[in-house]
Write a protein that binds this ligand. Structure first.
Ligand code: PLP
Length: 417
């Protein structure tokens, strides 16, 4: 991407009216109905730009990277390293050296917990997360706390699904060694005030890790402006492939961190007595990485950058407002998560009907939504529900999709009358 995508943000704001045409899967029918895809929080669909880029890369440029002296390997290496530069620019890292490729957000948080976390957290220490975390920002810290005899603490939230920041200071002490917080909640849609949390962290000299799985596709992320120490996101949630994600870490911190996994490519030298390791990011990329995943992610970044976050933000905010308004007119429907600062995730319960039944019937109408705990069981516990139905918005959704959802929900109610 280099500067091209950013330059083109201003020059060509894509018309989102036609954006569905960029996604071949959205032209398909299911159960004889046009697909209404409202599950982008789980994974986004892929535009032709990404599909074609991966296919062309495999046809023309693919070889294993870094170790080949031949031209094709060098070409492939250049594509992989360009992807790293693209990610760095996408989230405004200072340098591509601050970007580590890995499988996704889950692996990124585990990497930090097992390296940075393990070195920093000791017996009796505390790790602070929020009460609306995805399991992948709970369990790695629980495992670490178990190992270290440390304690996991949580910032509470209000009934609208916004964090009660007034409680943070009282939860922090000299024992608090890390704060790890979700940027946008996948179960509620809440956008957390990361800058404020980072400021509090800085005041107490506590590093802040941001789970950006649900934000990177919807908000312009600027890690330098946010001031966070780590930021992680997954390729498959930003219109790119599965199996690839990126971890941003401030270089001073990455340099301090021991390796996560050992193997080829992450070493400087190996003997039976001792190995020495490369500097980051290579230190954290043992073995053959997901080369085509990185190239596909780079195409996805270029694609959404061409549309631009101004356009994406306005479109998704308008659609979210429309969806709330339409859904709230359905008798017996309650939206879980109504924070003022909210992204396009709409979790709801419908009186007397289990979310799994709702999702199954919606599927018959060609509507893809998710039902369950959304890997956020503590959130479900807090709201006193076993599960919710969740509709989540991507750039390709429009009012017609919301209307289809509303009409199908009336159909669900008819069936259960
Ligand atoms: N964090 C949040 C907020 C998520 O929504 C998800 C996935 O839904 C993850 C982490 C885990 O992402 P992945 O499965 O891509 O590793």
């Amino acid at each position: 991407m280099g500067n091209t995508a950013t330059n083109s943000i201003e020059s060509m704001s894509k018309n989102l009216q036609n954006v569905k045409c960029d996604f071949p899967i959205l032209q398909k029918t299911f159960h004889g109905k046009r697909l209404t895809y409202l599950d982008s929080a789980a994974s986004t669909q892929k535009p032709n730009a990404v599909i074609d880029c991966i296919s062309n890369f495999l046809k023309n440029d693919y070889a294993n990277i870094h170790r080949g002296v031949y031209a094709l390997s060098q070409r492939s290496t250049e594509r992989y390293e360009k992807a790293r530069r693209d990610v760095a620019q996408f989230i405004h890292a200072k340098t591509p050296k601050e970007i580590v490729f890995l499988r996704g957000t889950t692996e990124g948080i585990n990497l930090i917990a097992n390296t940075f976390g393990r070195a920093r957290v000791g017996q009796g220490d505390e790790v602070l997360i929020s009460s609306m975390e995805h399991h992948s920002n709970i369990v790695p810290w629980q495992l670490l706390c178990l190992e270290k005899k440390a304690q996991l603490k949580t910032i509470p939230m209000f009934k609208d699904g916004s964090l009660d920041l007034s409680k943070i200071e009282s939860l922090i002490s000299s024992k608090t060694k890390l704060i790890s917080i979700v940027h946008v909640s996948n179960a509620l849609g809440t956008i957390n005030p990361i800058k404020d949390i980072v400021e509090i962290g800085k005041k107490h000299d506590i590093p802040v890790i941001v789970d950006g799985a649900q934000s990177a596709a919807h908000l312009e992320v600027n890690v330098q402006e946010l001031g966070c120490d780590f930021f992680i996101f997954s390729g498959h949630k930003v219109y790119g492939p599965t199996g690839i994600g990126a971890l941003y870490g401030r270089y001073e911190l990455l340099k301090e961190m021991p390796p996560y996994q050992g193997g080829g490519e992450m070493i400087e030298s190996v003997s039976f007595e001792k190995s020495t390791f490369k500097l980051p990011p290579d230190r954290f990329e043992a073995g053959t990485p997901d080369i085509m995943g990185a190239v596909g992610l780079s195409a996805a970044i270029e694609y959404i950058s061409e549309i631009g976050f101004d356009t994406i933000g306005k479109h998704e905010a308008t659609l979210l407002k429309y969806a709330h308004k339409q859904l709230q007119q359905i008798k017996g429907l309650e939206i879980i998560g109504t924070a003022l600062s909210k992204s396009g995730v709409i979790s709801f319960v419908l009186d007397g009907i289990h979310p799994h039944d709702i999702a199954t019937i919606l599927d018959q109408d060609g509507i893809a939504v998710r039902a369950g705990h959304h890997c956020a069981q503590p959130v479900m516990d807090y709201f006193g529900v076993p599960a919710t139905t969740r509709a989540s918005i991507g750039i390709y959704n429009n009012e017609e999709d919301i209307d289809a959802l509303v009409s199908a929900l009336h159909h669900v109610q008819e069936i259960f009358k």
